[in-house]
Design a protein around this ligand. Structure first.
Ligand code: GCW
Length: 675
């Protein structure tokens, strides 16, 4: 299947000689790599050369020459004393003519080259340019939920390009993918679904070693470590043992032997991701053991090979009864893992979803951030738009991620520590940390179904590498690279749509942080009571008086999982941020919000506004006909924006009618609300 180069198109610039000179692009014409001999062994060396030479040639129409006689105009220098892993600097201030990219390793140089090419592709001048970039996060990871039959759990962009018919695929697209994600700084990838079943259990056997190794080597050329999701019950399913008890000597020995075998066969492997005791997956609970017992047992088995165990905290009771108002799914991550703080080994990292429920359009930050003080942590976000329009709707998520990263946790002794500080390992000076996104790719030609969804893939990588970046600049950079050759007005419009998209989606779907209200199972489209009487712990409790879940001390007590002053802030209606009001409180329809509007009027207004925003996106796009360089992309986006506009109307009307029927209050503006 064909695929595009997404933001790596490197469309030829049309510049005059003078412009090239002024921007110092001439300095890209010759380059040198001092001490090259010692660096050739580095797995990224080939990619460094080819990315630089091909990129410059595509953009400027001249192929850079490598020289060794001191006449170079650009110098790549590895300086082990330069700084932390993957950091680099680009400097064109030395003598006003020549440039240098410096890093402590070749992977850092490769990141520097991708950065340099972004500058040139977006027409930035290199004259006087100087910047040092240090990655914010040690691990910058993607999790693919790809199954070995080629399907993708929560995939909205076609089939898997890692697997088909229970085989591992290694082909051109493997490399194209590695380039794409490495170009934005991703350095670790899990290729298989966290729900490890059937053939996927056998990925750690010789049935698949050759292909897995081949894949890991391609990744390695782009500085990416391959990880696999693991089946905790493998000792039984593969080894024929009668248990998977993590403290059982036979089980321990089985894993030790298994890991020796795996790391000899696939030496570049970074480690494993584990979903245990969650949504029916096996885990240590079966044997009366806890998550630390389970994770540490595996961590010991991979430690001799430098491997890591990434253990997910998405553990909750998925057999709840809606009549029970005390059991609260939101509490479960903290209740399960907080007592284990300090018990995990150094090569274990807990992977924590951004919020306590499940990737809703708005959730509070997970209270384990700021709670845990002696544990390696990773933030898990989802760019696969499971609950945010499934890549039929545009929903640019970097503004949401940015809010999460900037959230102050008030961890004792580190009162200023934000989520970004904690996961980066800056706060706790711990061994491991980072950020991971559930990936949104598939084998669709444009990788992400909706062309605009690629902004989330690009943006996630950029933000993971530098959590101080601003979402709008990232959006602009992505738009300029992807839609190079389009009019300035078109680029501005794309950025505008992206920046308005998350707020719009939030407005026309469930109100004020309550979440859900989607169709069960597939999670697309409105269904206000779709999850109301289900077993998943996802209730909004709307009745004729009001709506919301009481998570205060009078209700489920969830608010007390936060550090002060956050706990009190959420506990009281007056101080609770209003975008999360219904997540924390049951609120009557006639309650007045800070805007002076009643809750019910707010619900009506936001739903009319959100649907109007979606209609505006479509109109804007229609007006750009002829201004977008890539005609096919234009048509694809047009088709999706139509779907979104229609779906937003359906959301608006279902939600408004539902509440109108419940409380009987008329819209103050007399707009059409169906009976
Ligand atoms: O939100 C749920 C998804 C499941 C997913 C699970 C998880 C991979 O609906 O499809 O399973 O989260 O994160 O483990």
């Amino acid at each position: 299947m064909e695929y595009t180069e997404a933001w790596l198109k490197y469309r030829r610039l049309s510049l005059s000689r003078q412009q090239c000179e002024e921007r110092l692009y001439d300095s890209l014409i010759s380059y040198a790599i001092p001490f090259e001999e010692g660096l050739k062994e580095s797995p990224c060396f080939g990619a460094l050369i080819s990315e630089f030479e091909n990129g410059v040639e595509a953009l400027l129409g001249m192929r850079p020459q490598r020289v060794t006689d001191g006449s170079e105009t650009l110098r790549f220098a590895v300086d082990p004393a330069f700084g932390s892993e993957d950091a680099y600097s680009i400097d064109f201030t030395q003598n006003g003519k020549n440039g240098a990219i410096t890093a402590s390793d070749v992977r850092g140089l490769l990141y520097g080259v991708f950065h340099l090419l972004r500058l040139v592709a977006t027409g930035k001048s290199l004259a006087d340019f100087s910047q040092t970039c240090v990655p914010s996060n040690p691990l910058r990871m993607l999790n693919h939920w790809d199954n070995m039959d080629g399907s993708i759990e929560r995939g909205y962009s076609g089939r898997s390009f890692f697997f088909a018919d229970d085989q591992v695929l290694v082909n051109d697209r493997t490399r194209a993918y590695a380039r794409l994600v490495a170009s934005v700084g991703i350095n670790a990838v899990v290729i298989n679904n966290v729900n490890v079943k059937n053939a996927a259990t056998y990925l750690i056997t010789d049935r698949y070693f050759d292909k897995v190794r081949a894949l890991s080597e391609i990744f390695d050329e782009y500085g990416i470590a391959l990880y696999l999701s693991l089946n905790f019950a493998a000792p039984m399913e593969l080894g024929g043992l009668d248990k998977s008890d993590p403290l059982d000597p036979g089980v321990i020995e089985w894993w030790q032997k298994k890991m020796a075998e795996v790391f000899i066969a696939v030496p570049k492997l970074g480690g494993f991701l584990v979903k245990a005791d969650s949504e029916g997956r096996p885990g240590p609970f079966t044997y009366g053991r806890d998550h630390a017992d389970g994770a540490n047992m595996l961590a010991r088995a991979v430690a001799p090979y430098g491997g890591r165990i990434i253990w997910r905290c998405f553990v909750y009771n998925c057999r709840q009864d809606w009549r029970d108002t005390k059991t609260d799914r939101a509490r479960s991550g903290y209740d399960n893992f907080m007592p284990l703080d300090g018990r995990f080994l150094d090569n274990v990292i807990l992977q924590i979803k951004n919020g306590p429920m499940d990737f809703q359009v708005r959730e509070p930050v997970h209270p384990l951030f700021g709670g845990l003080m002696k544990t390696n942590q990773m933030l898990e976000v989802q760019i696969a738009q499971e609950y945010t329009g499934q890549q039929k709707h545009v929903c640019y998520l970097m503004p949401m991620f940015k809010e999460i990263l900037d959230f102050k946790t008030y961890m004792p002794g580190h009162e200023d520590a934000t989520v970004a500080d904690i996961i980066s390992t800056r706060t706790l000076k711990n061994a491991n940390g980072g950020i991971v996104a559930v990936a949104n790719t598939g084998n669709d030609e444009n990788w992400t179904g909706h062309d605009f969804a690629a902004a989330n893939l690009f943006g996630f990588g950029r933000l993971a590498f530098d959590t101080t970046l601003d979402p709008e600049s990232i959006a602009r950079e992505w738009a300029e690279l992807t839609f190079a050759g389009s009019t300035k007005a078109a680029i501005d419009a794309i950025v505008n749509i992206l920046m308005r998209s998350w707020p719009a989606y939030e407005k026309y779907t469930s109100p004020l942080g309550i979440g859900w209200m989607v169709n069960p199972n597939h999670h697309y489209g409105p269904n206000v009571e779709g999850y109301e009487f289900d077993r998943w712990g996802t209730y909004h409790r709307a009745n004729w008086r009001g709506i919301g879940v009481d998570r205060t001390t009078k209700g489920t007590g969830y608010t007390m999982q936060y550090r002060e002053p956050n706990a009190s802030m959420y506990e009281h209606v007056e101080t609770c941020p209003e975008e999360l009001l219904l997540f924390f409180h049951f609120i009557p329809y006639d309650y007045r919000l800070k805007t002076g509007k009643t809750l019910i009027q707010h619900i009506y207004d936001t739903h009319f506004e959100g649907a109007q925003d979606a209609a505006d996106f479509l109109d804007t796009w229609k007006n750009l006909d002829g201004q977008i360089s890539d005609k096919e992309a234009y048509e694809r986006v047009l088709e999706r924006l139509k779907i979104q506009a229609e779906s937003a109307v359906e959301w608006r009307d279902r939600i408004n009618t539902y509440f109108y029927r419940h409380c009987g209050t008329e819209d103050e503006h007399g707009r059409k609300i169906y009976e």
